[in-house]
Design a protein around this ligand. Sequence first.
Ligand code: ATP
Ligand code: MG
Length: 250
Amino acid sequence: MADARMNSPTMNAAERPTKPSAQPNALANHLAAAREEERERIARDLHDILGGHLVAIKIETALLAARLEAEPLRRRARAIQKLLDDALATVSRLTRELRPGILKDFGLGAAIECQAEDFAQRTGIACRIVCADHDIQLPQHAAVALFRIFQEALTNVCKHAQASQVAVRLTQEGDEVLLEVSDNGRGLTAADIDKPRAFGLRGMRERLDELGGRLELHPCHPSGTRLRVAIPLAAAEGSGAERCKGAQPQ
Ligand SMILES: Nc1ncnc2c1ncn2[C@@H]1O[C@H](COP(=O)(O)OP(=O)(O)OP(=O)(O)O)[C@@H](O)[C@H]1O
Ligand SMILES: [Mg+2]
């Protein structure tokens, strides 16, 4: 384990700073940009091709349903229309997640709020935004990285925490941007953090290494987990990336 504190018997969560001196490197930034480009292409295909087909099937089904006379058949047609509506809603949500246009147009604070609303609606877990600073000035690649970390944090809450509530805080403090995601679930252990086949937390650390940031995991009281991410503005600046209000996934 990288941090001796993780072995403390009193700890049921862990803090594991990433390398503070890590310099953002050009290759890592290039790979992150390529990943975002790929997501954007998939989002476009999902929306334009799959979404288009689903709408066409919906129209055909409605035309067919209008000609049906027997009630059992009409009921079947209504069931198909309901499934199509669900599929269209899923395409729309996936498109938003893959290509958070709101991040580009309205900035990180708005994108975080929108994602939290989607999450609450989809999972039934109340997601409260304690604070989402809309004036945060991060370079685009750092904002995209933070947004992806937020998505994985919410996914983890949904998959593992058995929580009923999540609180989110996005602030700029001094020369750092801080994101906190706190849940009231079962909490996590040092063993959870070191699972060999788990990639979510590892991916967060890798993204943060590239930005010279850090990830901390703390227990919440009386129960739950607080995930805390810090990105130094200065370190992110060092990458030479263009500073902008939000982010522009390529
Ligand atoms: N909010 C949370 N509450 C409780 N346990 C958590 C929470 N977040 C993560 N964990 C635990 O930490 C482990 C590691 O999380 P991580 O995101 O790295 O992997 P994963 O979610 O299991 O798999 P993957 O992200 O690769 O699909 C999880 O398997 C889970 O046991
Ligand atoms: Mg995960």
